[in-house]
Structures are given as structure tokens and as C-alpha cells.
Design a protein around this ligand. Structure first.
Ligand code: HEC
Length: 148
């Protein structure tokens, strides 16, 4: 039974992935484009640095929940887990916020949704800047996720 439900879940996830891959190109970011990365860097300092840190270092003790049980902002550098996610996931998280992305309207998070604040291209630029900061190993890992 246990095997069966996890198997079904895996099938569900796979079918969602193939659905989404037809709607999205897999590589959304341009970490090697200097112009886009420098635009993204400026936007990052303006919009994201107050929580995720000037140097992408995240909030102190970011793994421990706050008193109100929300989570602190994680780092966006190699020490965080941003590079564990595909371009598509990162884009959607930033555009729609966590509650909408997770489809859990009651999920309380301090991460804002940037829909209507930043354009799609601006969101991609910020995330291109973040990706450009990762070491080769993390970038290759994340490229591999995008290609699956
Ligand atoms: C007001 C604080 C705040 C600002 C400003 C902010 N974030 Fe966040 N962000 C958070 C918090 C808190 C989390 C963790 C959310 C949670 O677990 O509930 C988070 C999580 C994320 C995640 C998921 C990371 C992961 O590894 O799971 C991404 C991606 C992200 N933020 C991108 C951005 C970007 C890009 C900007 C700027 C355009 C930004 N954030 C601005 C607070 C903020």
C-alpha cells in the first residue's frame, strides 16, 4: 500500500513535470549574460537584499523557525538551497510567492510575491544574477535539474 501511494505520487509528479515542460522552456536564466546579470544585481540589492542579505548570505540562523513559526530568509549563495530548484520553480516561487506556488493559501511566509512588482524579465534577471554567483559544481547540479 505504501509503495503504491508513493508510486502514484511519483507518477503524478512526473506527469506534472511533462505538462509544465511543454509550457515553459527549461532554461529561463542567463547567468553568462553580463548585461542581464548586472541588471539583476541592481534589482537584487533594491528588492531582495533586505531579507536575503547584501551578499546573498540569508538571515542569521535561517534554518530555525521564527517565534511566529515563519521561516527566516535562506541564503541564495552556495550554502543555501536555491540551487536545489529548477529555473521554473525559482521563477514561480518569486513571481507568485510560496502560498500560491505550494497551493496552500494558509501557508504563512515573509517571502513577498513579485507579480505586478517586477516584470517576468526582471525576475529572470534577478535569478540570473543569483545563479551567476554559484560555484561551478552548484551551477552544473542545477543545470542538470533543468535538463531532466
Ligand atoms: C521581506 C523579506 C523578503 C524579501 C524582500 C525577499 N524574500 Fe525571498 N524569501 C523570504 C523568506 C522568509 C523565504 C523563506 C520562505 C519560507 O520558507 O516561508 C524566502 C524564500 C525565497 C526563495 C525560495 C528559496 C529556496 O531555496 O527554497 C526564493 C527563490 C526567493 N525567496 C527569492 C527572492 C527574490 C528573487 C527576492 C527579490 C526579488 C526575494 N526573495 C525577496 C523573504 C524575502
Amino acid at each position: 500500500m505504501r509503495w503504491c501511494s508513493s508510486h502514484l505520487l511519483a507518477l503524478f509528479i512526473l506527469s506534472m513535470q511533462s505538462l509544465s515542460s511543454s509550457a515553459w522552456s527549461k532554461e529561463l536564466f542567463s547567468p553568462d549574460n553580463r548585461e542581464i546579470v548586472s541588471e539583476g544585481k541592481a534589482l537584487y540589492q533594491e528588492q531582495c537584499a533586505s531579507c536575503h542579505g547584501k551578499n546573498l548570505e540569508g538571515e542569521p540562523n535561517w534554518r530555525r523557525p521564527n517565534a511566529d513559526m515563519t521561516m527566516p530568509a535562506p541564503p541564495h549563495n552556495d550554502t543555501g538551497h536555491t540551487w536545489h530548484h529548477t529555473d521554473e520553480v525559482l521563477f514561480n516561487l518569486t513571481k507568485f510567492g510560496l502560498a500560491k506556488y505550494l497551493n496552500q493559501p494558509d501557508y504563512k511566509s515573509n517571502m513577498p510575491a513579485y507579480e505586478g512588482v517586477l516584470t517576468d524579465d526582471e525576475i529572470k534577471a534577478v535569478l540570473s544574477f543569483i545563479k551567476s554567483s554559484w560555484s561551478t559544481t552548484m551551477r552544473e547540479h542545477q543545470d542538470h535539474l533543468n535538463s531532466q
